[in-house]
Design a protein around this ligand. Structure first.
Ligand SMILES: CC1(C)O[C@H]2[C@@H](O1)[C@@]1(COC(C)(C)O1)O[C@@H]2CNc1nc2cc3nc(N)[nH]c(=O)c3cc2[nH]1
Ligand SMILES: [Zn+2]
Length: 374
């Protein structure tokens, strides 16, 4: 009987790892890309589509589901898995980032963070304990601690004080959930901004608390690729070797490959679904902007090397028409393809690590997407 939290490394290629993470809703082969289902749905696609595309785990969000429909309601409906008919693993973010990026008028204190709902302006308060209680109601397989993601450009002094409070919050999260209770795992989140020494400080403090995994927070917040990679390359390899490493909110295909090369195992980003809705599609030959006139009479598949439903059944001309006509089907077909692309990228990375060919895979995509894929 697999024990939730067990993390087995099968192969290494440089710092890259090929591993299996066991959860209460099944095992996850890593490196893994996690489609984002912020409000309990991965926008425009259904659970059957996600399974078909090879998705192993999806993301939900404490902040959004707490505000609507309410974590207590979801608990009464049997938890998030049953509510959204997804019986594989779910990771939920704690809401810290969303409070800072989406809410107005927020007050942060030792106790937690007070914020106003982006829906109706009503006042709410998240303590670390509350953030964990919501994720217990949702029944997610991997819970994230409540943290403060300091903005890009925050000064060093504030960043240093903030990471100390984030550690105290992390300890409070751990204290209200016994490791492994109800099969739920808990990950700590490393902060420290863009200062290598503060990053090490944050990691060192978190290592004193037993977490089943560790995440790199505070990146993909508008910084340059150079700054992201500098911190990633510094802290990734310093994270516990025997536990899963998760890079939050990242990123482009090249960011993901850079992260894997730095020893990161798990990734999530809204890019595939968000860009699908504005017609930017990721293919094995680079980015395709489907609204371009050149595709008006192009009968070819979006990506000749892709096996997804969209590429097997529809032409670029048709996809361009749907996008131009603002047909709802455009969201579905474009999202299906982009999700399939990111999942296939992660699958190719797993295979390349097993074969000791990760450097070649990264070089191959660098030739197509450039150094950062922006
Ligand atoms: C605001 C919104 C919707 O979240 C996405 C998306 O825009 C956007 C805008 O540009 C892209 C890159 C496409 O992704 O940036 C967000 C993705 N970056 C990111 N997600 C994070 C989540 C996090 N969660 C916690 N608890 N703590 C963190 O430090 C943290 C850091 C993160 N960084
Ligand atoms: Zn496709």
């Amino acid at each position: 009987m697999p024990v939730p939290g067990r993390f087995t490394i099968h192969a290494r290629d440089g710092k890259a790892r090929r591993a299996t993470l066991h959860t209460a809703h099944g095992e996850i082969q890593t490196p893994v890309f996690m489609p984002v289902g912020t409000q309990g749905s991965v926008k425009a696609v259904g659970p059957d589509d996600l399974l078909q595309a090879g998705s192993q785990i999806i993301l939900g969000n404490t902040y959004h589901l707490y505000l609507r429909p309410g974590d207590e309601l979801v608990a009464r409906r049997g938890g998030l898995h049953r509510f959204m008919s997804w019986d594989k693993p779910i990771l939920t973010d704690s809401g810290g980032f969303q409070v800072f990026s989406l809410s107005t008028i927020r007050k942060i204190s030792e106790k937690g963070v007070e914020f106003r709902s982006y829906l109706d302006g009503s006042k709410h308060f998240f303590s670390p304990e509350k953030a964990i209680s919501i994720q217990q109601n949702l029944g997610s397989d991997i819970m994230m601690v409540l943290d403060e993601c300091v903005g890009y450009g925050a000064d060093r002094e504030y960043t240093a004080r903030s990471l100390e409070r984030t550690t105290r919050w992390a300890r409070r999260c751990r204290e209200v959930h016994t490791p492994g209770a109800d099969g739920q795992l808990m990950f700590g989140i490393i902060q420290g901004g863009f200062h290598e020494d503060l990053r090490e400080e944050s990691l060192g403090q978190l290592l004193e608390i037993p977490f089943e995994g560790y995440a790199i927070g505070g990146l993909s917040v508008g910084e340059s690729t150079e700054d992201m990679y500098r911190i990633l390359n510094h802290i990734g390899p310093r994270m516990p070797e025997e536990k899963p490493r998760y890079l939050m909110g990242v990123g482009t295909p090249m960011d993901i490959l850079e992260g894997i090369e730095s020893g990161v195992d798990m990734f999530d980003c809204v890019l595939p679904t968000r860009n699908a809705r504005n017609g930017t599609l990721f293919t094995s030959q680079g980015k395709v902007n489907i609204k371009r006139a050149e595709f008006r009479e192009d009968d070819g598949p979006l990506d000749p090397n892709c096996q997804c439903y969209t590429c097997r059944n529809f032409s670029r001309a048709y996809l361009r028409h749907l996008y131009t006509a603002r047909e709802i089907l455009s969201y579905r077909l474009n999202s299906l393809h982009n999700i399939a692309f990111f999942l296939e990228l992660a699958r190719q990375a797993r295979e390349a690590i097993e074969g000791g060919r990760f450097a070649e895979l990264k070089a191959h995509y660098q030739g197509i997407y450039g150094t950062d894929g922006r």
